[in-house]
Design a protein around this ligand. Structure first.
Ligand SMILES: *Cc1c(COP(=O)(O)O)cnc(C)c1O
Length: 364
């Protein structure tokens, strides 16, 4: 492969488009005639203001974000949002959570510090291998919001249909599916995601929040930095932002527009996932761990009959130039994260390898 790169199936930080990395490289020492690298640049400079303005405008364009939603670039990862969301959204001190895997469970446990949190649905009875029916949940009358993780990165599940929140605000962690397909932003009160899964360099989260949910009258214990108003009122530059991540994410947004936007991206992601799932569905040696209906387009966990064989396959894939396929310990086996930037050839090459491996090693 070009530049001796491997096919990188990491769940995060993860693969980025080669043409974005090339453009970053070409501009590394002198960004578009500014005479300096974006890493060296004042965030108060005109050049950087243009970078962040363009990034926001291109993201708005890609997702069709309505005018009455704010876009914020915030540090602290998706994990900080587990606390920031309840701190900011709780008026009644009540929220309903749907727990479908490690990430929504973490968010649920963190939120409990700040109010009365109801677990309205979970799939923990079968190790989070499906999404529960969310069409008629016992939504609390006084719930300030309903929370989901829309794509569980570790368990490899995704919602086919958003929950019926019975009029309550929906908050969604989209970290590992951000920009993987079109999204109707107005179905949500808040969409957020860490960028290192599907968009750019680690260390930043993008929060898309309906304006009327941003409050100035927060409890005094809420740190200034953890109030959304602080970020919204200061164009994400109350303090020094993650300039580098904003820049590279902005380049990825331009790239996505060039290839035809989120519809084109979704078509490609479906084709890629089909190659892998079709293989798993007919394989005698490798088995997907998720109920078919809820399989993620981005994170594909699968197992063999034993831990020993799993480990042997992981080692063999690595030796053959496919990296980061070891599954998370809570599912075991293997996991292929096939984010936006993974080329179709990468998935096809992995399937060819696994097919051959099965032919040579499977003993029934
Ligand atoms: C990775 C991940 C997180 C945590 O992200 P950090 O940036 O490491 O805090 C949260 N939610 C989901 C769905 C993730 O995939």
């Amino acid at each position: 492969m070009k530049y001796d790169r491997v096919y990188n199936f990491s769940a995060g930080p993860s693969i980025l488009p080669v043409e974005v990395l090339e453009s970053v490289r070409d501009n590394l020492l002198n960004y578009e005639g500014s005479g300096m690298c974006v890493m060296e640049m004042s965030h108060r400079s005109k050049v950087f203001q243009q970078i962040i303005d363009d990034a926001e405008a291109n993201l708005r364009d890609l997702m069709g974000i309505p005018e009455n939603y704010k876009v914020m670039f915030i540090q602290g990862g998706a994990t900080l949002q587990f606390a920031m969301l309840p701190m900011n959204l709780m008026k009644n001190g009540v929220a309903d959570y749907i727990v479908t895997g490690n990430w929504s469970k973490k968010a649920y446990n963190e939120a409990k510090k700040y109010g009365k949190i109801n677990l309205v649905a979970t799939s923990d009875d079968r190790n989070y291998s499906y999404i529960p029916d969310c069409s008629d949940l016992p939504i609390s009358e006084d719930a300030d919001y309903v929370y989901i993780c829309e794509n569980e990165t570790i368990h490899g599940t995704t919602y086919q249909q958003l929950p019926n929140t019975k009029g309550k605000i929906l908050v969604s962690d989209q970290s590992s599916m951000f920009l993987s397909k079109p999204c109707n932003v107005s179905d949500y009160g808040v969409i957020y995601g860490g960028v290192q899964k599907n968009i750019g360099p680690a260390g930043m989260v993008i929060v898309i929040m309906r304006e009327d949910l941003i409050r100035e009258d927060l409890p005094t214990y809420v740190p200034t930095y953890m109030s959304y108003a602080t970020h919204a009122n200061n164009g994400s530059m109350y303090n020094t932002p993650n300039c580098w991540s904003i820049y590279v994410c902005g380049e990825v947004f331009k790239y996505l527009k060039r290839i035809g936007g989120l519809e084109a991206m979704a078509r490609l992601n479906e084709e890629k996932a089909k190659i892998l799932y079709d293989f798993l569905d007919q394989s005698k040696m490798f088995h997907g761990t998720v109920d078919k209906e809820f399989r993620s387009l981005m994170n594909v966990p699968f197992v063999t009959a034993s831990k020993e064989t799993d480990a042997e396959v992981v080692a063999a894939t690595k030796a053959a130039g496919f990296d980061n396929l070891k599954g998370h310990k809570s599912v075991g086996g293997l996991r292929a994260s096939i984010y936006n930037a993974m080329p179709k050839e990468g998935v096809a090459a992995l399937v060819d390898f696994l097919k051959k491996y099965e032919e040579e090693h499977y003993q029934g």
